[in-house]
Design a protein around this ligand. Structure first.
Ligand SMILES: NC(=O)c1ccc[n+]([C@@H]2O[C@H](COP(=O)([O-])OP(=O)(O)OC[C@H]3O[C@@H](n4cnc5c(N)ncnc54)[C@H](O)[C@@H]3O)[C@@H](O)[C@H]2O)c1
Length: 384
């Protein structure tokens, strides 16, 4: 049983996600561990070829990590038979063209979300991938976070009874860039560069809701730009044309109502940067990136409303921590391992470009709802 070496062109590795999560924490970590074990006991070892725009940055990353190959010429790697997979972590607006070229060259495709700037483009990519017979996948990292894995465990165990509602709070203050540097790249705040919190976060919320609870059928949202001017990486003021906060209600199959606030203009008064509260007839849970707390029906206190007295109850102390019962690795790496097994051993991988397109559909519906002030129903999207 020989090992498989899988050549992977990695585009966008000079960026935040491409470098830290995908190159070092995933692909290089998998290489260091000797690859991913396949069902027949053999291993698949990813071999990255770095692709990008800046020779200097690519050379520097390659030498820091002992990577042999890097290039600024995407076509040269796409025409190389030794490369089987194209991975994309570029800015969103650059993705469609590159993924399209990779599919045309017969490469399997794995990409950051959102898979394109529009639903039409995302669906087109999914159709092209299917027609070309290439394996394809989109990053859906939140599903692999310890907190959400524990939430999944609760759902699978029937802990909640009938799930009634989900309330999500995501956000933190992103500095405007004037007196403190912004901690996110400026393109995120320009619509013309593929920015905006709806386009960024709704694809995440879509797969979280769909995988953990039920398909999303309708969206009502209000997207706003609270901070209209920011300062970019070079210290120049620019018009922030994209939405930096979105307040949304999602209606799911089975009557579940999910409300999620997404904001780069809020200050954190939570245990984690994202938290989801799930309320069911038999119990409730609050899950974050790492932790998950529960309160069962039988352990539910009976608060009474009395504005004349200060609250004597410590409500948050009345919840129980869900135990780890497992070792949780990096979520991006866990999903890379699944994708590599999908490519080489044909194992199932539900996080495909079609599911990425459904995420775009929910983002577009959210923006449409916000513009028109109306509730927008989501039609079934398919590859036919
Ligand atoms: N899964 C997640 O949790 C998550 C989190 C943040 C970002 N993302 C996604 O990852 C992608 C990259 O985001 P990031 O935060 O790493 O961005 P970044 O700005 O740090 O990196 C962008 C990368 O794209 C490259 N690029 C190609 N064409 C470019 C152009 N015209 N202008 C600027 N850069 C260009 C850059 O060289 C760089 O390598 C985005 O699509 C974003 O939506 C995903």
């Amino acid at each position: 049983m020989g090992d498989h070496v899988l050549g992977i062109a990695m585009n966008g590795v000079t960026g935040r996600m491409g470098y830290r999560q995908h190159l070092t924490r995933s692909v290089l970590a998998i290489r260091e561990a000797g690859g991913v074990v396949l069902p027949d006991g053999s291993r698949v070892v990813p071999e990255p070829v770095l692709v990008g725009r800046s020779e200097r940055k690519l050379r520097e990353i390659a030498s820091r990590h002992g990577i042999e190959r890097w290039t600024t010429d995407l076509d040269s790697v796409l025409s190389d038979d030794g490369i089987s997979v194209y991975f994309d972590a570029q800015i969103t607006s650059a993705r469609e063209e590159a993924v399209r070229a990779a599919i045309a060259a017969g490469k399997h495709v794995y990409t950051e979300k959102p898979t394109a700037n529009t639903l039409a483009a995302a669906l087109e990519l999914a159709k092209l991938a299917r027609a070309a017979g290439v394996k394809n996948g989109v990053v859906q990292d939140k599903l692999f976070l310890p907190g959400l894995l524990k939430l999944r465990r609760l759902v699978d165990a029937g802990f909640f009874g009938r799930i009634l509602s989900v309330r999500g709070e995501f956000g933190y203050w992103v500095f405007e860039g004037d007196w403190q540097e912004a901690q996110r790249p400026s393109w995120n705040y320009r619509t013309e560069d593929g920015g905006g919190i709806v386009l960024d976060m709704f694809p995440h919320w879509h797969y979280v809701l769909e995988h953990l609870f039920a398909p999303v059928r309708a969206v009502t949202a209000r997207a706003v730009t609270h901070i209209p001017e920011r300062v970019d990486e070079a210290g120049h003021p620019y018009a922030a044309t994209a939405d930096d906060a979105a307040y949304a209600v999602f209606e799911l199959d089975g009557g579940v109502v999910a409300q999620i606030n997404s904001s780069w203009t809020t200050r954190v008064n939570r245990d984690e940067l994202v938290e989801f509260q799930v309320d069911g007839t038999q119990g409730s849970a609050v899950a974050g990136l790492w932790n998950c707390r529960v309160q069962h029906r039988a352990m539910t206190p009976k608060p009474t409303w009395n504005p004349d007295l200060p609250t004597g109850e410590r409500y948050r102390a009345q919840w129980q921590e869900v135990p780890d019962n497992a070792e949780f690795g990096n979520g991006f790496k866990a999903q890379w391992e699944l994708f590599l097994r999908h490519v080489v051993a044909d194992e199932p991988f539900p996080h495909d470009l079609l599911s990425g397109a459904r995420g775009l559909q929910m983002a577009e519906a959210g923006l449409h709802s916000s513009r028109t002030g109306r509730r927008v129903e989501l039609e079934e999207v398919s590859l036919s």
